[in-house]
Ligand binder design. Structure first.
Ligand code: 26V
Length: 801
């Protein structure tokens, strides 16, 4: 569309005048951002049309990734880089006196996700398009993404997030493809040509309006689609309270759920789930019929991936469409359906496994409920034949039992593939949570270790490091991240290691400036940047980190000669609004920060920074600046983690437990390039099964622990009041369910070891190099290739590296 920066400049200026009726000097940065966005979208359009045409005519098998969350972040940089026009645009804007970096800052993050699960979906879309694979996303266009976090007096406050306030430049509303989704009402039976049939009548209809976003592959002409649905009132029917109907309808896509810990709003959550799957199945089938005609071969040309159980109603919904609308008999429909769906599990935490009360489910989705019931009855009948007399087993495996629908059971029974997201996670699923299903369907289970797109998380977010890598090993790593291994040849190159250190310093200085802007704090960039950024959750153990900081403070006070390398502890974390315990930990981090920062005895050697409103765009600034990456979950609890991979790829060393993908990071880098501590998953699970852990003993026998715990409830901490009593009580009264005290000693020891290691800068840089060189395995390109080859069976051989 434009071949050089001059041509770009011309088009940009013309576009700006046409869009805003202003001259360039009159325009605001906001106008400039939207002008650029529109120009780029037009640039993308030709390839988008072309990709869709190709898919239509070549009959390539399509993959649809159904997810209640897509945590996309900003898209301008990603699109410019993937299109290969970042430099041209940068240069053209510079000529106009505009800094592209400033324009990028104007874009609001599309924060349509809570954390790992939603970000994984976004990384997968980038890899699918970049590998020229026909994979598309279906999700919800929430009016408000994850809440905006404000810290007031050390407490988290939540504000509604407003990403759509000025419009979203990357989306295209497709009103002509609107579909209707039915709720409530009842099921009527009737007979047609002697066959008993069912129809859903008196339903309340909601319109699902699609908004499409192009997903641009890196340096390829492939442009896939992310389709997000928005709920709007359908045609008005007399007799309804119109305002109430409008309110209830719009509520469906108003907010992203910050979690489902609490009961209120459960109906709305189920509505969201059915809204997503009903509209998506309709859209998938319509485009299939247009291309191929006969639905009995659907599974040959379509795989539908279910990201956790949230979209699992897609299974009974497809059954419903095949049986009620396309006259399949049950067995035929079941054969097609179970060959179409694949399911990923993302957590073993039992409180996070979805179960829906029948009393909520049945009235809201009467026909879908009948179908789930039928699936359950047939499944249980099969179990009865295979395990005669084993009532308990059958009850434990049933899809509906004790008045609840078990969504994970439905997902396993209705899919041909079930996968966990890291080796240990899959093993735990097979041996524990899903063991009965593993015995019954051993071949369905497989493991796919997560990944992250190295294009966003290295190439995009860390230009200084990317340039250094390319100067050493060329550009092959950009298309084949496995080639990062070539960096190993520099392990003894002192000049290169020095450059690596300098790159880190540049990134630390950039983050220090951001901290100064946001928090008004001056940070020592020679200190170790020791970072823990992720959702706040008891099992992730931010508490262990903060108690240890308090302990370091105590050591400074007790021993004026206590010698250690200065540290800056950086936190970023949102707590779910109803998760009071997590909110107390945020307050605790702030109280410890108030105590430690600027205390004369600490002499500036310890700083604690909490960065407000952690989100994708902030992560992109924080992660490149890390020296140490804290991944300290209670072993067995973190399914995979993906932040751990981002840090590693940016040359931070992991300080972590043997949990999730940390174990595979260890396998990649070797024990001498990572700091591992704490109980193993097996030890944790043994304690859980057999008991034998008494937190109180650790309190009494370890004076360091006794001291910091007492400080939670005495007057040491500024602004404490009685806020931290719940924390004290969770550790001692409730016997420390997450083994914080049990792991304290080995954590303190490994922290000390890491601090000492940092003082040998060359050796430290060598370890960083080793981490970067072995991070290619964690590119989501590798993950997606595994999904493509082993689950979806798509793609050409040449794509498989
Ligand atoms: C959900 C809930 C909801 C109820 C309260 C407790 C709780 C705890 C955790 C979750 C997580 C839901 C699923 C999820 O986001 N899992 C994350 O998925 C990532 C991508 O696979 C993975 O890297 C993380 O380890 C995993 O926690």
């Amino acid at each position: 569309m434009f071949s050089d920066h001059n041509e770009f400049k011309e088009m940009f200026l013309k576009k700006l005048e046409m869009m805003y009726g202003k001259t360039f000097p009159e325009s605001t940065p906001q106008d400039q951002f939207f002008t650029l966005g529109h120009l780029i979208r037009e640039y993308i359009s030709m390839n988008w049309i072309h990709t869709n045409e190709q898919y239509r005519f070549n009959k390539r098998k399509q993959v649809y990734y159904l997810s209640i969350e897509f945590l996309l972040g900003r898209l301008l940089r990603q699109n410019l880089m993937n299109l290969g026009i970042y430099e041209v645009v940068d240069k053209g804007l510079k000529d106009l006196g505009i800094d592209l970096a400033d324009i990028e800052e104007i874009e609001h993050d599309a924060g349509l996700g809570n954390g790992g699960l939603g970000r994984l979906a976004a990384c997968f879309l980038d890899s699918l398009a970049s590998l020229n694979l026909p994979g598309h996303g279906y999700g919800i266009r929430y009016k408000h993404g994850l809440f905006e976090q404000k810290i007031v007096n050390g407490f988290q406050m939540e504000l509604p997030e407003q990403w759509l306030r000025h419009g979203h430049v990357w989306e295209v509303r497709k009103s002509d493809l609107t579909v209707e989704v039915p709720f409530w009402g009842k099921v009527e039976s009737y007979s047609e040509k002697g066959v008993l049939k069912f129809r859903h009548v008196d339903a309340e209809l909601v319109s699902a309006v699609p908004y499409d976003m192009p997903v641009v592959g890196h340096e390829t002409s492939t442009v896939n689609t992310l389709r997000l649905w928005s709920a709007e009132p359908a045609a008005y029917k007399a007799g309804k309270d119109l305002m109430k109907y409008k309110r209830e309808t719009e509520a469906i896509t108003e907010f992203l759920y910050p979690d489902d810990t609490h009961d209120e709003g459960k109906i709305l959550r189920l509505k969201q789930q059915y809204f997503l799957v009903s509209a998506s199945i309709r859209s998938i089938i319509d485009s299939y019929i247009y291309r191929y005609g006969d639905l009995k071969d659907l599974h040959e040309y379509v795989s539908i991936h279910i990201n956790d159980t949230h979209p699992v109603l897609a299974i009974p919904e497809l059954m419903r469409v095949l049986v009620d609308e396309y006259e399949f008999d049950w067995d035929e429909a079941w054969k097609v359906t179970t060959k179409t769906f694949a399911y990923t599990n993302h957590t073993t935490l039992s409180e996070a496994l979805e179960k829906w009360p029948v009393r909520i489910f049945q009235p809201l989705l009467p026909r879908v409920f009948m179908i789930v019931n039928e699936i359950n009855e047939r499944f249980c009948k099969g179990l009865w034949e295979d395990y005669p007399g084993e009532w308990k087993r059958i009850e434990d495996m049933a899809i509906i039992s004790h008045g609840e629908v078990k969504m994970a059971h439905l997902a396993i029974v209705g899919s041909f593939s079930v996968n966990g997201v890291a080796k240990i996670h899959t093993e735990i699923l097979k041996q524990r949570e899903m063991n009965l299903f593993y015995q019954y369907y051993p071949d369905k289970f497989n493991s796919k270790t997560n990944g992250i797109t190295h294009r966003r998380w290295l190439l995009g977010s860390n230009p200084p490091l990317s340039k250094l890598i390319t100067s050493a090993i060329g550009t092959d790593w950009i298309h084949q991240p496995g080639k990062l291994k070539d960096l190993e040849t520099y392990r003894d190159d002192a000049a290169f290691l020095k450059n690596l250190h300098e790159v880190k310093q540049v990134n630390k200085e950039r983050l220090a400036r951001r901290i100064y802007e946001n928090n008004g704090m001056k940070i020592d960039t020679d200190s170790i940047f020791d970072i823990q950024v992720k959702r706040l959750h008891a099992y992730k153990r931010q508490l262990l980190n903060v108690l240890h900081i308090l302990h370091l403070y105590n050591r400074c006070l007790e021993d004026p000669h206590f010698d250690f390398h200065p540290r800056t502890f950086i936190f970023g974390a949102k707590a779910s609004p109803g998760y009071f315990y997590a909110k107390k930990i945020i307050k605790l981090i702030h109280s410890v920060a108030d105590l430690v920062n600027d205390h004369p005895a600490v002499k500036g050697r310890l700083k604690v920074v909490f960065m407000e409103n952690y989100r994708v765009s902030l992560a992109e600034e924080i992660i490149p600046a890390a020296d140490l990456s804290q991944q300290i979950s209670t072993a067995s609890k973190e399914a995979s983690g993906t932040g751990n991979m981002k840090f590693m790829m940016n040359g931070a060393l992991t300080l972590g437990t043997l949990d999730g993908a940390n174990i595979e990071i260890l396998e990649q880098v070797g024990g001498e390039n990572i700091f591992i501590f704490g109980l193993t998953a097996e030890e944790v699970m043994n304690y859980q099964k057999q008991g034998g852990y008494y937190a109180m003993e650790y309190y009494h026998h370890d004076p360091r622990i006794k001291k910091v715990l007492n400080q939670l409830v005495d007057d040491t901490l500024p602004g404490a009041d009685d806020h931290f009593e719940t924390i004290y009580d969770s550790l001692l009264g409730e016997n420390d369910q997450f083994f914080v005290l049990r792991d304290f000693d080995s954590y303190a020891a490994i922290q000390e070891e890491a601090g000492k290691a940092y003082t040998n800068r060359e050796e430290w840089s060598r370890m960083c190099l080793h981490n970067i060189a072995n991070s290619g395995y964690f590119s989501s390109d590798r993950t997606i290739e595994e999904y493509a080859r082993n689950i979806w069976k798509i793609g050409q051989g040449s794509l498989m590296r």
